[in-house]
Design a protein around this ligand. Structure first.
Ligand code: ADP
Ligand code: MG
Length: 637
């Protein structure tokens, strides 16, 4: 089967992305070279690691480097590395398809965003890697041989749907990517990728810190028209994280971020730290400026790479970063670890655990700092990563306090601004002991829910929690600053002061007596749906609402658990009636006069259904509800 030539189709998603590249919508085309160098550097990292772990690997690792070669006549640019290389199957799997999670979502978004600026932005957020070459090339050739294997592979494509792969015998170990540049645009000498100065500029700007030499052969006019060729190393190769902060400038940090994160946008914040003492390490971490498309995908990966004394060990080092900080990108270089340490051992390693604790504290402190001093950045951070960070309130109880300090939530206090919990506490009314909140699917639904009425009437601020994770953390955390977190949709609510209560007591007593029969009858009538019917003190305008017992789980949480496949017993809630509402009062009078009438039962059902609808809930039997309602309306005409 050797030498077999095959023409294969790109996977559907890959084809669509390539289309975008070929008709290049991204203005900064220079980055194609950064992507190729980044892949070459990764390949060298992988080979070095593999040769350290597998002593029998037949591979030459004596002079690992990247080489850039230009052929001005042929208008080609080649980036060559002597790294790990790819097998034929690797080439088909890695270059012919996009394995990145979130590709489907990205493509949907791209289809939706009509304007090309918007698409360019999305492309930038996704990072298209190798495919970026098709912004500048009308043909790309890749020749590669996997370290330790005898046969090589040649791959070629014009980016238009198909590619050709062929097995060859004379490929050197590693990978060479040759970019056949599109015909020159005569006006555009700024993008002449065959010019030495241009290549040098791009390498300096994007890839200076790459730890391997990037070499380029330059031609110099010599004597008698002879041309001398000279090999130069274009990058400085300094490991950025090992340099003192004062010696690194912003632009270098930014480019390094793009290299480790595969993000095309600038980072929001840079954290450069060093640990000394018994366990030495350097860490260079970044908070991105936008969430990746797969932040909430189950297989979302963590973004921190582990190095040991400048040697790359692994991507996605989960031992160093808790899951709720999975969006943090960067590098940790630990000095005293063995090079062939496994993931499992890392998880148990006490020193790694200590480093992780320090990193987490530092990240949380950095966000707190942003919150205090850089409101705009903090806002971006929170809107992108807040929902993920709040998972820490469940997963990392040791840092719950630090996390609560940086949490922001929506509130009835100000429709436009989020608030911190401490700010809420400072605004609490005299005598208010609890922090009130309500959870639900949307702000509008919560604000219009009947539960809010008494709080609005009395001027109490209520926190509006709409992220799925909110349901869980408020329960788990329970309090802030010694003040209980209390759902306004649960338990009994009485916002009256002692005085008001005393004043109202005789009137309430009278209501209790008047309504006793109706409540007993309704509790019986609706016993399939609710566990109790009682009078409410939280309603001012609505006739009724449904509330939970203080320890019950909420309907949203119930739905969430079911969606996750858990068995959840049906939780019955409590129906509260507003005795000041004409409908409720009318029902009471009708019940006094004619307790057995069918129409009373219907009204009771309608009341319960309305209460569910008002909080955005679902009716168990919508068609029955509409039938009763239509019937009732018909009689009013
Ligand atoms: P990414 O680098 O984000 O994974 P790319 O599109 O840049 O995505 O590359 C896709 C994959 O192709 C890489 O993950 C790598 O496995 C493989 N690859 C690309 N270039 C090289 C190379 N020079 N040497 C070895 N493998 C490579
Ligand atoms: Mg890449």
């Amino acid at each position: 089967m050797s030498n077999r030539i095959e023409t294969l189709e790109f996977q559907a998603e890959a084809r669509q992305l390539l289309q975008l590249m070929v008709h290049s919508i991204y203005s900064n085309k220079d980055v194609f070279l950064r992507e190729l160098i980044s892949n070459a550097s990764d390949a060298l990292d992988k080979l070095r690691l593999e040769s350290l772990v597998d002593k029998d690997l037949a591979a030459d690792t004596s002079d690992l480097h990247v080489e850039i070669e230009v052929d001005r006549e042929a208008r080609t640019l080649t980036v060559r590395d002597n790294g790990i290389g790819m097998s034929r199957d690797d080439v088909v799997g890695l270059i012919g398809t996009i394995a990145k999670s979130g590709t489907a979502e990205l493509l949907t978004k791209l289809r939706e965003s009509k304007d090309s600026a918007g698409s360019a932005d999305l492309i930038g957020q996704f990072g298209v890697g190798f495919y970026a070459t098709f912004m500048v090339a009308d043909r790309v050739t890749l020749v590669t041989r996997r370290a330790g294997e005898a046969e090589g592979t040649r791959w070629e494509s014009t980016g238009e749907g198909t590619y050709v792969v062929e097995t060859i015998d004379d490929a050197p170990q590693g990978t060479a990517v040759t970019v056949h540049l599109k015909p020159e645009d005569s006006d555009d000498n700024l993008h002449d990728y065959t010019a030495d100065w241009k290549i040098r500029e791009i390498v300096k700007r994007y890839s200076d810190f790459i730890a391997w030499p990037i070499r380029m052969t330059v031609e110099r006019p010599g004597e008698d028209d002879a041309v001398t060729r000279e090999v130069q190393t274009v990058n400085s190769m300094k490991a950025l994280w090992a340099r003192p902060r004062s010696e690194v400038d912003e632009a270098e940090y930014k480019e390094f971020y793009k290299h480790v994160s595969h993000d095309w946008a600038d980072p929001l914040e840079t954290i450069h730290m060093r640990g000394e003492g018994t366990f030495e390490y350097e860490a260079l971490l970044f908070l991105p400026s936008h969430a990746p498309v797969d932040l909430f995908a189950p297989q979302a990966r963590r973004g921190v790479q582990l190095y040991v004394k400048r040697v790359f060990i692994m991507d996605d080092c989960d031992a160093l970063m808790p899951n709720y900080l999975r969006f943090v990108k960067g590098v940790v270089d630990a000095h005293d670890l063995s090079l062939n340490i496994s993931r499992e051992i890392l998880q148990q390693d006490r020193q790694i655990q200590a480093v992780r604790r320090r990193l987490v504290k530092k990240i949380l402190a950095t966000v707190k700092e942003l919150k205090a001093n850089e409101a705009e950045k903090y806002r971006t951070f929170w809107s992108e990563f807040g929902p993920a960070l709040k998972e820490g309130l469940l997963d990392d109880p040791d840092n719950a306090e630090a996390i609560l300090d940086i949490v922001s939530v929506a509130s009835t206090h100000d429709p436009a601004e989020l608030t911190g919990l401490r700010d809420y506490v400072e605004r609490m009314k005299d005598g208010q002991g609890d922090i009130y909140y309500m959870t639900g699917e949307s702000r509008a639904m919560i604000e219009n829910s009947p539960h809010m009425e008494a709080f609005r009437a009395k001027g109490y601020e209520v926190l509006i929690l709409t992220d799925p994770v909110d349901e869980v953390w408020v329960e788990r955390v329970g309090q802030f600053d010694g003040k209980p977190l209390r759902s306004i949709a649960k338990g009994q609510v009485d916002l009256d002061t002692e005085e008001e209560k005393e004043e109202a007591e005789s009137a309430r007593e009278q209501q209790r007596q008047e309504y006793a029969d109706l409540l007993t009858w309704m509790s019986e009538k609706l016993s399939g749906s609710v566990k109790e019917v009682r009078l409410s003190t939280r309603l001012t305008t609505s006739p009724a609402c449904v509330v939970g017992d203080a320890q019950d789980i909420t309907p949203t949480l119930e739905k969430m658990y079911r969606a996750m496949g858990h068995e959840v017993p049906q939780v019955k809630r409590i129906l509260e009636l507003n005795p000041g509402h004409p409908l409720v009062e009318g029902l009471r009078k009708a019940h006094e006069q004619e307790a057995g009438a069918d129409s009373l039962g219907d009204t009771a059902e309608l009341l319960y259904g309305m209460a569910l609808l008002a909080e955005g809930g679902e009716l168990a039997d919508p068609s029955r509800f509409t039938r009763i309602l239509a019937d009732r309306l018909a009689r009013t005409l």
